[in-house]
Design a protein around this ligand. Structure first.
Ligand code: KG4
Ligand code: ZN
Length: 342
């Protein structure tokens, strides 16, 4: 059987493995979550994350092969996250992938995690049309990038249409996912905070007057002031209904994210808005993005929920682009990559 990429993701606290075809078909996928391990610390404990990846990675690879009814001899290549992320976790993923590649006689490609998130929008079916405006909202990043099809590149490589990526805005301090996680901790909710905040916010009324920071930053973001404002409000009003605090916080975050998207679409004409990363699992963000796209006549491209948070499938699909271009074989881990890097 040809055209089967094994994708491996270990940049943070999830061990994700999947087998993916070049058209985005996911043949099998599994994610070994470390949520229970880190919950008691209220965030990811890096050294424990690396050790948990060591324990989980080979059983997860085995499970995916078994679920697909395949053997290593059926695979074409391996794609693994080379960065950015926690260095210890990246080392476990890249070393394991290179070891498996050597043992099985397969090439191994190192994938930029952020390009993996971008490609998550084309999993299961091709959705992205170009030029595209990308909003990437995860635990580690909050950024806007304009993605243009580079026809010469596409023709030469025969790979996916992903071409030139230009970063047009990013956070100056915290990511939005980090703000969700920190506010969840203030409200006594578990880790990861995003889903818990979303659920609580649904039951509340946004009655707290919180700032919309970053108005003067162009397309850049800032979320640390919003987080501090929630902290000050809770200190002064400890008995305020937590669901109303959550609802007010979510509304403030979404106002900031969507107003920046609107400006970005005005400044960089785009056929679609692609929203990816863990926070793209938020139903409230999905609804507000749909409203903005309906109003501006831009298509909305969202990955299915299960491909929004970290997974091996998005790395597997992106790895086909690397293979076609012959990029980053036998990868080394690196923590410093931007969305514009391969
Ligand atoms: O993309 P991701 O899985 O990992 C990184 O690359 O960082 O994103 C994780 C982030 C966490 O901050 C988590 O709280 C947030 O995504 N998240 C959510 C939801 N699910 C995960 N935020 C809001 N709503 C959700 N449903
Ligand atoms: Zn991620």
């Amino acid at each position: 059987m040809a055209d089967l990429m094994l994708g491996i993701e270990t940049s943070c606290d999830d061990t994700g493995v999947a087998i993916v075809r070049p058209d985005g078909t996911v043949v099998a996928s599994a994610v070994a979550s470390q949520v229970e391990l880190h919950d008691r610390y209220g965030g990811v404990y890096p050294e424990m994350a690396s050790r948990a990846h060591v324990d989980a990675i080979l059983p997860t690879v085995r499970k995916v092969l078994d679920d697909a009814g395949l053997t290593p001899a059926d695979l074409t290549a391996i794609g693994v996250t080379r960065g950015p992320g926690l260095i210890g976790s990246l080392v476990v993923g890249t070393n394991s992938a290179v070891g498996l590649g050597d043992g099985w006689g397969l090439p191994v490609y190192g994938v930029n995690h952020l390009r993996g998130h971008l490609r998550s929008a084309d999993l299961d079916e091709q959705r992205v049309t170009y030029p595209a405006m990308l909003l990437l909202v995860s635990g580690g990043h909050t950024l806007l990038a304009h993605v243009q099809e580079n026809e010469r590149d596409t023709e030469r490589s025969g790979a996916g249409p992903m071409g030139d990526v230009t970063l047009v805005g990013s956070t100056r301090d915290d990511s939005v996912g980090e703000a969700y996680d920190k506010v969840a901790r203030m409200l006594g909710l578990g880790y990861p905070g995003g889903p818990a905040i979303d659920r609580l916010a649904r039951t509340g009324t946004p009655d707290v007057d919180l700032p919309r920071p970053g108005r003067d930053l162009g397309l850049d973001f800032s979320f640390s002031g919003l987080k501090s404002a929630v902290s000050r409000f809770l200190a002064a009003n400890p008995d305020h209904p937590p669901e109303n605090v959550a609802a007010s916080f979510v509304e403030a975050c979404l106002d900031v994210l969507l107003s920046k998207c609107r400006t970005a679409l005005e400044q960089h004409p785009s056929r679609c808005l692609v929203v990816v990363g863990g926070v793209a699992a938020s139903p409230q963000l999905r609804e507000r993005a749909a409203d903005l796209c309906a109003e501006t006549g831009v298509e909305l491209c969202l990955p299915p929920l299960r491909w929004s948070t970290d997974n091996g499938a998005m790395i597997g699909l992106a790895a086909w682009d690397y293979r076609a271009r012959g990029l980053h074989e036998r990868p080394r881990p690196t923590t410093s990559l931007t969305i514009a890097d391969w």
